[in-house]
Design a protein around this ligand. Structure first.
Ligand SMILES: [Zn+2]
Length: 354
């Protein structure tokens, strides 16, 4: 199996941000306390991995390796924290296993990989046929899922607040897109560049889900993580791209802090200066643009834009990149002629540029 060490040393790409786990821990949810401390250990481990980002990939580049070389490998951690503990399903195994976590991880990762190939001619996460390594049943009732710079890790959740983290295509799309970002522009995981990193993962997580379900922007719920919420929090989600700040409001998790406008920009230090919080602002823009021109077309503009981003990009620079990409694609007739104006109007609606 190809193995690469190409980690971004500062990426902390967990689907559940610490401030939510902290709220749960304060409410005496033991699993949250344990998940929080495990997550911190993983972060420390990740920070010592080698920093090696391959750089910007040109969308017009040819696919370097045959698509078939990107293989899925699903490993069962069996409640432990050792990764790649026991391989239980690999690319091409015909029959599914009895374990729905294994099958979901395998199937959804395949959908994500196929979307990037079919829509953007991107050959796996690194555009170079990287194998997709998926570890399931990590830890005991572990309340999180993350991309660790090389591979995916999924907890089972506690079954009450969160169910198995393999259960949601948008979560797997989100996490694997952290890998795409790592290999494409290496957006630093703090402040505005970190919020853009989170935003891009939400964008492609939701675009992949809508594409797979053949939903229009109008039909879709625009929720991230609705399918991992357990029976106690049914009907809530981690984020709403349509209405940032409304995804959850309950005694256990607290209230969704995402703003939908620059005037409510989060200035605090939590969450790496608000990476999962301020991402609500560009998320709203993507929603507004998708409602006008369709999610697939909006995703195409965003994908082009992220090719030119650099690691420390801020919101204003992102606005420039997206507007430029929209104009370029409109000029070549790929997206509607009005797309650039639509994008500009949507950014202005949330107070961008600022
Ligand atoms: Zn994330």
């Amino acid at each position: 199996m190809k193995s690469k060490r190409c980690s971004q040393n500062n990426c902390q790409c967990f689907i559940i941000p610490s401030y939510i786990l902290e709220n749960l821990a304060k409410n005496n949810i033991e699993e949250a306390r344990i998940s929080l401390s495990k997550s911190r250990q993983v972060r420390v481990r990740r920070k010592i991995k080698e920093f090696d980002i391959t750089g910007i990939v040109d969308l017009t580049n040819e696919v370097y390796r045959p698509y078939s070389e990107s293989a899925r490998h699903v490993y069962d951690c069996k409640g432990g924290t050792k990764l790649r503990a026991m391989e239980v399903r690999k690319e091409g195994d015909r029959s599914s296993t009895q374990d729905s976590a294994v099958n979901h991880a395998y199937d959804y990762a395949g959908i994500v990989r196929d979307y990037y190939l079919n829509v953007f001619l991107r050959n796996s996460i690194d555009n170079n046929g990287l194998d997709l390594v998926l570890n399931v049943h990590y830890g005991h009732n572990f309340m999180n899922a993350f991309w660790d710079g090389d591979e995916m890790v999924f907890g089972d959740g506690d079954g009450e607040i969160f169910i198995n983290f393999t259960n949601a295509l948008d979560v797997i799309g989100h996490e694997l897109t952290h890998g795409v970002t790592q290999f494409t522009n290496g957006l630093e995981y703090a402040g505005q560049s970190g919020a853009l990193n989170e935003h891009i993962s939400d964008v492609f997580g939701i675009a992949i889900k809508q594409n797979y379900l053949k939903q229009t922007a109008q039909d879709a719920d625009w929720l991230i993580g609705a399918d991992i919420m357990g029976p106690s929090l049914k009907g809530q989600a981690l984020r709403s791209m349509k209405a940032p700040g409304t995804a959850f409001d309950n005694k256990l998790m607290g209230k969704d802090l995402q703003p939908d406008h620059m005037k409510n920009y989060y200035q605090g230090e939590d969450d790496n200066n608000g990476v999962h919080i301020n991402s609500g602002i560009p998320n709203k823009v993507f929603y507004l643009v998708s409602m006008e021109i369709g999610t697939d077309q909006a995703a195409l503009i965003w994908y082009h834009a992220i090719q030119s981003l650099y690691a420390t990009a801020n919101f204003n620079q992102f606005v420039d990149m997206v507007e430029t990409a929209a104009q370029k694609l409109a000029d070549s007739g790929v997206v509607p002629a009005t797309a650039a104006k639509t994008v500009k109007t949507a950014f202005n609606t949330v107070g961008l540029p600022y």
